[in-house]
Design a protein around this ligand. Structure first.
Ligand SMILES: NC(=O)c1ccc[n+]([C@@H]2O[C@H](COP(=O)([O-])OP(=O)(O)OC[C@H]3O[C@@H](n4cnc5c(N)ncnc54)[C@H](OP(=O)(O)O)[C@@H]3O)[C@@H](O)[C@H]2O)c1
Length: 300
């Protein structure tokens, strides 16, 4: 897939959440055109940007936009710890709704992309198309949906990208593949649900599709996800096979047995027909291809 990095909106792209897995992939693709921004200033070129502060003081968002004059904003940050969101609802509201909204309000003349989730759905009959009714089950899902609706209403050129079960290279080593490898290699038990289904998404494909849609000046809601619909347990088995990890300590459980605080959509996942018709090609690799790509990068 070709990336049109020369388009006017691509000249100074503020990547909010540049320390996250998607933010890292976006900055990598954008190169010098990225203005990396993050809550923690892990390196000097990172612009300090805390969505909780922007939620509390929206004028700070206007000051930041005036100072850096981005030609587009990609909000890849968020309160992504679904369990913590149940207990820390002010963090969830600030990072998933009010902080991104403050930024969107401060930058109405440039494209604004907001990352959202299949957790806006109840999981009764996924994978979901863009026009399916949203019925979130958790604080994470509800605050993301509130963010979507507020930003679409406030910003004339906003694009909401819903994704799910994102994995791939991650400098922080936080996503599911890293946990699976770490736990099983250490000989510990990895508890995995058999009844939570989704469409796992390779983070580099998500980043490329995001920039392609930005270059097209796409607006509205678009689903960006992988092509395979499978359970977390089947994804784990596939990863174990490809990565040659031992499976004796992979424990198959149902969601009630896991006793998670946040309710999960069981049949989640996202349909991507709209994405494919907009891009004219399929940039999203299969779960097996994604796990193999990750493995190659980890071994390099
Ligand atoms: N990962 C998934 O499976 C998944 C699924 C569906 C949707 N999404 C959405 O896709 C986007 C990218 O996800 P990801 O997997 O790349 O997330 P990630 O790796 O967990 O990174 C999240 C980023 O958000 C930042 N952040 C958290 N609180 C913040 C705050 N108050 N102010 C500024 N930044 C803050 C984090 O910074 P710190 O590192 O400093 O905390 C980090 O850079 C998110 O909006 C997420 O909700 C992800």
């Amino acid at each position: 897939m070709s990336l049109q990095l020369s388009s006017p909106s691509m000249q100074r792209v503020l990547v909010v959440g540049s320390t996250g897995q998607l933010g890292t992939a976006l900055c990598h693709l954008l190169g010098e055109k990225a203005l990396p921004a993050a809550r923690r200033q892990l390196s000097p070129e990172i612009i300090p940007l805390d969505l909780e502060l922007l939620a509390a003081t929206p004028s700070a968002a206007a000051e930041l936009v005036a100072q850096y004059q981005p030609t587009a904003i990609l909000c890849a940050a968020g309160a992504t710890d679904v369990e913590r969101c149940e207990a820390d609802q002010s963090w969830a509201a600030a990072a998933n709704h009010l902080g991104p909204l403050a930024l969107a309000n401060a930058a109405k003349d440039v494209p604004f992309v907001f990352l959202s989730t299949d957790y806006v759905f109840d999981g009764h009959d996924g994978p979901y198309a863009e026009d399916a009714p949203a019925v979130p089950l958790s604080v994470y899902g509800r605050t993301k949906l509130e963010g979507e609706q507020a930003i679409l209403a406030a910003h004339p050129n906003s694009l909401v990208l819903r994704t799910t079960t994102v994995y791939g290279p991650d400098p922080q080593g936080k996503n599911f593949l890293y946990t699976l490898r770490r736990v099983l290699t250490a000989g510990n038990t990895m508890r995995v649900p058999t009844d939570q289904l989704a469409t796992p998404t390779y983070n580099e494909d998500l980043a490329k599709a995001t920039l392609q849609l930005l270059a097209q000046r796409a607006t509205g809601i678009v689903h960006v996800a992988g092509p395979d619909f499978l359970s977390r347990y089947d994804f784990s088995l596939l990863a174990c096979e490809i990565l040659k990890l031992p499976t004796e300590n992979l424990q198959a459980l149902t969601t009630p047995e896991l006793k998670q605080n946040a309710a999960r959509p069981l049949r989640g996942g996202l349909k991507i027909e709209k994405l494919l018709s907009m891009l004219g090609e399929n940039p999203m690799r299969s779960a097996a291809e994604g796990i193999r790509s990750w493995s190659r990068i980890e071994q390099a």
